[in-house]
Design a protein around this ligand. Structure first.
Ligand code: AMP
Length: 509
């Protein structure tokens, strides 16, 4: 859910990946807000900037509470004690640079849509690529917007279609025909129904679960299966690409595939970095995919054939993002696994911090090498990805200068990220992406130039083919746009071309 600004540069400053969670219970005396809190805490890794919930009060009113901050701060006991209801939805938002400029809670989700005609609350994870065209036509229909977000455009679109019919699956079906983008969405009506919808290409994960006992039945919908585990539920299945699932507190689950696409485009970065390892997405265990990524890297590592280095080598993960892949590397190579970097667990994902300067300070506050174990060693450093290259450069120099490592060999589980993401991951412009910029500048030698820039002694990335194999899906089931530049959405292809030409024309002057 990016906040779009007219200015090209600023528009790039906000990209979001988010978490959504919903619960419905057939016992109207039961309050779901505690479970919403637990589910959102389990999904905190998907968004740390703000959190919110909407609950349905008996009698049909929706009440929404949302604020900037981590879930534990936003949804404290005082808030939870005041929000009762047997149906509810919640959202965690992650935005990057510039996001702090927006203080208004209008930008935080769930988006509570209410006017003299219609009321519903909606939370979504994704990016609507053609949102400005939709906004323009809504504008022409006399709609007034309070924010500059695609979330509001989506809500206004859904609200406008719902004016004509109470048939919510039909409303969502019609809306999805007009949307070009990535969206996993949950919508709660004032009748106490929750509808969950995943876009036809299935960019973002979404799954459902249940908890049944003699007293009550609960249904859950979540961005990731780990949240269903945490609330004590049983994972039922993923919401399929193009599917609308109706979770009713009175009946069972109903579902309908409304838009089927020949290909799907599940984001590869969910497996590489974003999702929690204890989640299973579209049948693939995130932890096992990461293990296989590590095994691949070790299998192809020429370093392991050099006895002088092998005998002096330790495998060190960048905590926490490199751990899964390091375990795989160790399994294949037989080298010792060493926690050579101490992570301060109270500093959160640094790339989420707004601004480069803040991120740099945060890395220092977050990581410190453990000199007694890395001193004099050939450190095989495992991490999930290199985006801008700034954090990685700092970590390599920390290990060498502060930790006394003899050499630092960098192994990266994600292939070079060369193109921006327009589908909801905060990958900046091609120029800010170190691999994008260097590939343009140095062509075939670009990896060697990245290695020099980062200051590692050796650098090996995963190949795209090995990544596909490690995830265990086919190329036509995954979105690999950030690695290949081939975008699966029409509006995004247009947008990418436009931005390339803006960059080119800027250089001419
Ligand atoms: P850098 O060296 O500055 O590119 O930072 C790379 C580290 O940031 C890796 O550990 C990545 O996992 C993490 N990271 C994850 N997602 C992003 C993102 N969207 N933008 C920037 N860095 C990210």
């Amino acid at each position: 859910m990016p906040i779009r600004k007219k200015n090209y540069k600023k528009r790039h400053s906000l990209r979001e990946n988010c978490a959504i969670f919903g619960v419905t219970c057939d016992d109207i005396g039961f309050s779901v807000s505690k479970l919403l809190n637990q589910g959102l805490i389990a999904l905190q890794h998907r968004g740390q900037e703000s959190a919110g919930i909407s609950v349905l009060k008996t009698g049909g009113n929706i009440h929404t509470y949302k604020k900037n901050g981590l879930v534990s701060r936003v949804l404290n006991n005082q808030v939870l004690s005041q929000y009762w209801g047997n149906v509810g939805i919640g959202h965690n938002r992650y935005a990057t640079t510039g996001a702090t400029g927006y203080k208004s809670t209008d930008y935080i989700q769930p988006f509570h849509f209410k006017n003299n005609e219609i009321e519903f609350s909606m939370a979504f994870n994704g990016t609507i690529a053609n949102f400005s065209e939709i906004k323009k036509s809504m504008d022409e229909m006399g709609r007034v917007f309070m924010t500059d977000t695609d979330t509001e455009v989506l809500a206004q679109l859904i609200g406008s279609i719902a004016l004509g019919t109470e048939d919510w699956p039909e409303v969502l079906k019609l809306a999805s025909r007009l949307l070009d983008g990535s969206y996993s969405l949950i919508l709660m009506t004032d009748q106490g129904d929750i509808y969950a919808m995943r876009d036809p290409l299935g960019f973002k994960p979404l799954c459902i679960g249940e908890l049944k006992n003699s007293r009550r039945n609960l249904y859950f919908v979540a961005s990731e299966s780990c949240a269903i585990d945490v609330v004590g539920g049983r994972f039922i299945r993923d919401v399929e690409p193009g599917e609308i699932v109706h979770l009713s507190h009175q009946k069972d689950i109903h579902s309908e595939i409304v838009l089927k696409s020949k290909r799907t485009a599940l984001c590869q970065f969910e497996f590489v970095y974003f999702a929690r390892p204890d989640s299973i997405i579209d049948g693939v265990s995130v932890a096992e995919a990461r293990l296989r990524l590590g095994i691949n890297l070790a299998k192809k590592d020429p370093l392991l054939k050099i006895p002088e280095i092998r005998d002096n080598a330790i495998v060190v993960p960048v905590p926490d993002s490199g751990r899964g892949v390091a375990v795989g590397y160790v399994k294949e190579s037989g080298l010792p696994y060493v926690e050579g970097l101490m992570k301060n667990r109270y500093v959160h994902r640094t790339f989420i911090m707004p601004g480069k300067a803040k991120r740099k300070i945060a890395v220092k506050e977050k990581l410190n090498p453990i000199k007694s174990v890395v001193n004099g060693k050939d450190v095989i450093l495992l991490d999930d990805s290199i985006v801008r290259g700034t954090t990685t450069q700092q970590i390599v120099s920390l290990l060498r200068d502060k930790g006394g490592a003899k050499r630092v060999h960098l192994r990266i589980s994600c292939p070079p990220i060369i193109s921006p993401c327009y589908m909801g991951i905060d990958f900046p412009t091609k120029e800010e992406l170190i691999a994008g910029r260097f590939q343009k500048l140095y062509d075939k030698d670009y990896i060697e130039e990245i290695r020099k820039q980062i200051g590692a002694d050796t650098l090996i990335y995963q190949t795209v083919d090995d990544l596909i194999r490690a995830i265990g899906k086919s190329e036509s089931q995954l979105c690999l746009a950030c690695l290949t530049g081939n975008y699966p959405l029409k509006s995004v292809r247009k947008l990418a071309e436009m931005e390339e030409s803006i960059v080119a024309s800027r250089k001419e002057y």
